[in-house]
Structure formats: C-alpha cells, structure tokens
Write a protein that binds this ligand. Structure first.
Ligand code: IPM
Ligand code: MN
Length: 383
C-alpha cells in the first residue's frame, strides 16, 4: 500500500442545508487529521457552485470552475438546489435544471461514470418496514452515471404551440455498458470477501454474491436487449457470482416487499436515480443515505462525494438538518482514499463507527445539526 503525501479536497457547501451539513463534515475531518499525523488532508472551501454565486455573478460558478476542480484529488459537496428558507418568498430562485446543472457537469466533466449508493440500515435509523428481515438489508445500488437518459440531447420544435414536438434522447454505448456491468461484478466479489472477513456469509443459490441487472426491456428493447446480452457475456467471466434480472417497475415493488433478497443492483442513470430514492428509505431516509460518484478507471480525476439528499429548503438555515448522510458520505471519501492510504482507511472506519454509535444511542431524539456533530466528535475521541 503506497501512501499519498497530502490529499487535496475541494469542499463545495452549495445551497440550502449544504453549508450546515458540510460544516459538520469538515469538523470531523479536522478532528480525524488532528488525531492521526499519518492522515494528511488539505481542503479548500468554495462559495460556488451556488445560488448566492449566481445572484452575485449571473452564473452558478466561475467559467473555469471545472479546470480549478481538476487540480484536486476529491470533491466533497453538500447540496445544490433551492437555497431556502421557504418562508422567504423573495429568495433568489433558479429553475431546477439550472441550479442543479453543476452537479451533472461535474459528474460528466470528470467522467464519474459510476454512482454508488450503499443500502445498509444503521441501528437507530428510522425503520419503515415491519418485517424483521429488513434488518438484514445489505445492498449496493450501482448507477450508470455518464450517459443513458441523462445525456441532455433533444429539443423542442414549435415550442409552446399546439404543434410542439419534443425529443429527449437516451444514449447507451457498448463502452459505458461494459464498464458499469464489470464494475458491478467486481464490487459483488469484493463485498463477498468483506462479508466473509466479518463472518457474514450470504447465499444466492449456492453463490455468495449476486448482481441484479435492472432494465425496462419489455418496453425499451434496444438498450434493454444490449444490456441483457452484455450482462450475460460478462457474467460468464464471474462464475462465482449469481445473476438476476428485474424490470424496473418490478424492482421498485421488490425493494419494498423483500429488499433483503438483493445484493448488488446495477441500473441505468435514470432507473438508478429513482431506485436510490426508494433505497434511501430502506436506509432510514435521506438523512442517513450516502453516495459517491467515481471514476474507477482514472483515479487522477477527482471523484465527487455528495449525499443522496438535496438542499432541503424547508429546513435550511435552522440548524435542523441531520448531518449523518454527509458524514457517511465523507467516510465514503476516506474509504476511497483508503484504497491507497492506510491512514485514510482507518479514518473512514472511525468516522463510520462514530456516526453509527451516535445513531444507535439517540434513535428517536430530535437533535440540532451541531449537537449531532458534537456527539460524533466526542465519539471520534473514544478508542
Ligand atoms: C441525485 C439527484 C440528481 C440526479 C438531480 C439533482 C439532478 O436526484 O443525485 O440523485 O438526478 O442525479
Ligand atoms: Mn436522485
């Protein structure tokens, strides 16, 4: 394992509850770095992209912001969208697609072609399912993050007239399909090894891990068939991994009726987006659901770590937002650094444990953002 000299992180608080939750993340990073000289982290906090920057400059971020971010090892983002609080009817608002555009630009700009959203409820997080097997949910939703329904190709003809015609094209390439499906199988294997180390073995028809492909091939046959064919061909390289297919509508149903039957799930950009909101509920809600946008084929380009949640304008600026999702997202960043840096791997484990212990100890208590942050910092001091 090589050790990185110093990790450089671009911290983007963004809008709404973003600055509040990211404040707790940087406190945790400071505490982790202060307590372990081997963990070398350096971060810069930027005011962009944000509504406030747009209001002042007429754009969400400086024109060269992607070039500036390219110099960092990782990006840690709070939230983008409505800046809140919603009680202020005169707050400066942009259309959703404008305010959220930087998110998609960053994902595309650094070819962050996989979005990983783990689903494993921590004790103390809200449990929406009554079936006791829901405590065993352990899945990883892998979302294709570079193309599909998100390519933004299309247009509006005869706009606003009764003759209007709109196209919104989805694009699926062999290259992106190959890499996302292979990544899903690799992750399934790695998860089986990690479970074994913890003495938790799962069984999928005699195999220890599974990949479930999600499509809508009964209605969208072109990409559905290509995904299905490539999935079968790639699966042949992973005889140790069980395979499964679900149509996206049925997958939604089964995520609620028996989510414990899933392991790794691989889905298109839009299907993955929708499935991971549903999956966040299985975690206990948006407040505890982390997310990572990665480029596993080129670690020199920065990945972006951002919680699944948005800017929650209704509670923005009130010290009410739960920071657990942001802290667990920060732990995902440390885990990513931990692939080449033992100190970062150790920090990830410590942070996850501090968040988990805090949740377990305070299950039903309503607490302020900074109170939770304080408790997590206290937890980091414990061995
Ligand atoms: C997400 C969000 C984004 C997406 C929006 C804000 C563009 O919903 O990260 O899941 O659809 O990818
Ligand atoms: Mn989403």
């Amino acid at each position: 394992m090589t050790t990185q000299t110093t990790w450089r992180v671009a911290v983007l608080p963004g809008d709404g509850i973003g600055p509040e939750v990211i404040g707790q993340a940087t406190r945790a990073l400071d505490a982790l770095a202060a307590s372990d000289p081997a963990l070398a982290l350096d971060y810069d906090v930027f005011e962009w992209p944000s509504h406030a920057w747009h209001q002042a400059h007429g754009e969400s971020a400086p024109a060269d912001y992607l070039e500036r971010l390219a110099g960092y090892d990782a990006i840690l983002l709070g939230a983008l969208g409505d800046p809140g609080p919603t009680s202020d009817a005169n707050r400066y608002l942009l259309s959703d697609s404008d305010s959220l555009a930087p998110l998609l630009e960053i994902r595309k700009g650094f070819d962050q072609w996989v979005c990983e959203r783990p689903v494993r409820r921590l004790a103390g997080a809200p449990q929406y399912l009554a079936d006791p097997r829901a405590d065993d949910i352990d899945m990883l939703v892998i979302r294709e993050n570079s193309e599909g329904e998100y390519v933004n190709q299309g247009g509006r003809l005869a706009r606003g007239t009764p003759n209007e015609v709109v196209t919104q094209t989805a694009v699926f390439t062999h290259r992106a399909t190959d890499r996302i499906i292979r990544h899903a199988f690799e992750q399934a294997r790695a998860r089986a090894v990690a479970r074994q180390a913890e003495g938790r073995v799962r069984d999928f028809n005699g195999r220890e891990a599974q990949v479930c492909l999600v499509t809508k091939r009964n209605a969208q046959k072109f990409w559905g068939d290509m995904y299905t064919e490539m999935f079968a061909a790639i699966a042949a390289d992973y005889p140790d991994i069980a395979t499964h297919h679900e149509l996206v509508d049925a997958a939604c149903m089964k995520f609620v009726s028996h989510p414990w039957a899933f392991d790794v799930v691989v889905a298109s950009n839009l299907h993955g987006d929708i499935l991971t909101d549903l999956a966040a509920v299985l975690n206990g809600g948006m407040g505890v659901s982390p997310s990572a946008n990665l480029n596993p084929s080129d670690r020199s380009r920065p990945p972006m770590f951002e919680p699944t949640h948005g800017s929650a304008p209704d509670i923005a600026g009130q010290n009410k937002a739960g920071p657990a999702a942001m802290l667990l997202t920060t732990a995902m960043m440390l885990d990513w650094m931990g692939e080449t840096d033992a100190a970062a791997a150790e920090a990830a484990t410590r942070l996850k444990k501090a968040v988990a212990d805090d949740l377990a100890a305070n299950a039903d208590r309503q607490r302020a953002t900074d109170v939770i942050g304080d408790a997590v910092l206290e937890g980091l001091k414990r061995p």
